[in-house]
Ligand binder design. Structure first.
Ligand code: GLN
Length: 544
């Protein structure tokens, strides 16, 4: 069934807003809505509107923002786009994430160009028009039947007002039946009173109504089940049909959420608002291949993630998810032991890593914690513990090998020591010329050719792959011969520029490190091969 017309104006639009507090899981709720609609045969796309003034999150510290998710076309985006790609078949791109910074940038550029000659540029209509144009552009580019738009922030924030105003106008422009508003809210349980409280939700919906948006559906995050009388109350006070008051309890796995929504026929509620009739679906495959496997593992294994943002849940989001996926693929619960690389730097690797079955070193920037990562990798190499290095993790593996196997004393990356005697990781000439740091790294998908009879070729089962990048520094090809002589295998190369993409070691159960970010392409029902085989190897040599 086709919903949209050729120019994309007939797409249907769902706005997802959040109320009461942040961190309620708006991204996962939006992705789950995408999943249940996609399963009905609709082509969907998901967008994130971010209220901050940065043009993109690429220049933000992970402590501020969490992971930066990179799309195939090289956009540095919000981590919610990772959820969108993991839950659905949608391919996100630079069109799927817009920020206040981008919108203002675009309006001010037009103003300087003289496009609005004579006019005073204002939030309404110029900024709101620019927002609406971006949403319509995404609908058009994606050719989606349904565009799900997650509005960042919490209702009541100053920053998100222009986005909410644009969302309000959208129904006016597109027609009542073509736009739906979903509000995600919190219904807290107050222990001292022994009661579930609906007041915060009432207030949040009240604030949304002041802006002119009357939600059609409420998704209520709750620790305790909502009984009928609570649902009645929410429905009456918030002016939302009772069947559209959806309960979203805490669950063991985020991948259960589409099933939670499906059970309460949220897909039907949405389709009937849009007056769409679609094929039936029961999400049985998702239940069988993802949910029941993640909830019923047959074994368990502990993997150390040695990074410098480990206290922050969101900093390595896609990596943690990829580990869950590889657990599903191996019917195993992957326990993650998060270890601060600076701790290893101070106290040595042995104490923290002797009882783990695999070691993963993720990407990152800057010198802090590097020596700890190098120690952890040396420990994995010498003790034959399965190791997976990602981006900076590969660069650290190269430094470790150069110092401890090739005998290049104090070898380093020029990122950490610009005048190092042995710059085994360094900048390409084109990167040396760059002055602006925003959006200028090697970004997005690049092809990689894999050598036959290597761990990489066995793992991927292919000779050509395409993976996503986000880095400035590269392996310095001047050192290739020495490394090869000492036993490092360069199993993957970007042919056009002869850049090293994959390194590995022989005589080790699993030692592989990559210059790209495989974690961005892992899915719950299709674990990334590098992660899947990493866990498989860890199960074989398990230490616990
Ligand atoms: N800091 C390194 C570089 O810029 C690695 C980046 C990363 O791990 N994403 O090359």
């Amino acid at each position: 069934m086709k919903v949209r017309d050729e120019v994309g104006t007939m797409a249907k639009y769902i706005f997802v807003t959040g109320g009461v507090i942040s961190s309620l899981g708006k991204g996962i709720a939006s992705a789950s809505i995408g999943k249940i609609l996609e399963s009905r045969g609709l082509k969907i796309t998901l967008m994130k509107l971010d209220p901050y003034i940065n043009v993109d999150p690429g220049t933000m510290n992970p402590y501020q923002h969490g992971e930066v998710y990179v799309t195939e076309d090289g956009a540095e985006t919000d981590l919610d786009l990772g959820h969108y790609e993991r839950f659905t078949n949608t391919h996100t791109s630079k069109f799927n994430n817009i920020t206040t910074g981008q919108i203002y940038n675009c309006v001010i550029t037009k103003e300087r160009h003289g496009d609005y000659l004579g006019k005073t540029i204002q939030v309404i209509p110029h900024i709101t028009d620019a927002i609406k144009d971006k949403i319509k552009e995404c609908a058009k580019v994606s050719k989606a039947d349904i565009v799900i738009i997650e509005v960042g922030g919490t209702v009541g924030d100053i920053e998100s007002l222009p986005f909410l105003e644009a969302a309000r106008q959208f129904r006016l422009d597109m027609g009542y039946d073509n736009v739906l508003y979903i509000h995600l809210t919190l219904v807290p349980y107050i222990k001292a009173a022994g009661e579930i409280k609906t007041k915060p939700t009432q207030h949040s919906v009240g604030t949304l109504r002041e802006i002119g948006i009357i939600p059609d559906v409420l998704i209520c995050r709750t620790e305790k089940p909502l009984n009928e009388s609570v649902k009645d109350k929410i429905s009456l006070f918030c002016n939302v049909k009772k069947e559209a008051v959806i309960e979203s309890p805490d669950v063991d796995s985020i991948y259960q959420i589409p099933l939670v929504f499906k059970k309460q026929i949220l897909d039907e509620i949405i389709l009937s608002h849009f007056k769409l009739i679609c094929k039936f679906s029961d999400l049985k495959d998702w239940e069988k291949n993802v949910v029941s496997r993640v909830l019923n593992p047959k074994s368990r294994v502990t993997i150390a993630v040695v990074g410098k943002y480990i206290e922050l849940q969101d900093a390595y989001k896609s990596i943690y998810e990829a580990l869950v996926h590889s657990g599903i693929a191996n019917d195993t619960k992957v326990e993650v032991k998060k270890i601060d690389s600076e701790t290893i730097q101070k106290y040595g690797a042995e104490k923290f890593l002797k009882d783990v079955s695999g070691i993963l070193v993720p990407g990152g920037f800057g010198y802090r914690g590097i020596e700890g990562k190098i120690k952890a990798i040396g420990f994995a190499r010498q003790n034959k513990i399965p190791f997976l290095g990602l981006c900076l993790g590969m660069q650290c593996a190269v430094i470790e090998f150069s110092r401890n196997v090739c005998g290049l004393k104090d070898a380093n990356s020029t990122e950490f020591k610009p005048k190092t005697k042995y710059p085994v990781i360094s900048l390409l000439v084109e990167q040396k010329k760059i002055k602006d740091l925003g959006g200028t790294m090697r970004l997005g998908a690049y092809p990689c050719k894999i050598k036959n009879n290597t761990l990489a070729s066995k793992t991927y089962g292919r000779n050509f792959i395409q993976e996503r990048h986000r880095h400035r520094y590269e392996f310095n090809n001047q050192y290739r011969k020495i490394f090869e002589r000492k036993g490092m295998v360069f199993s993957g190369v970007y042919p056009k520029k002869n850049l090293v993409e994959i390194v590995e070691l022989k005589n080790h159960p699993y030692f592989i490190a990559v210059q790209f970010h495989p974690e961005f392409k892992s899915k719950p029902d299709k674990a990334h091969p590098l992660f899947r085989e990493f866990i498989k190897a860890a199960l074989v040599t398990r230490k616990e």
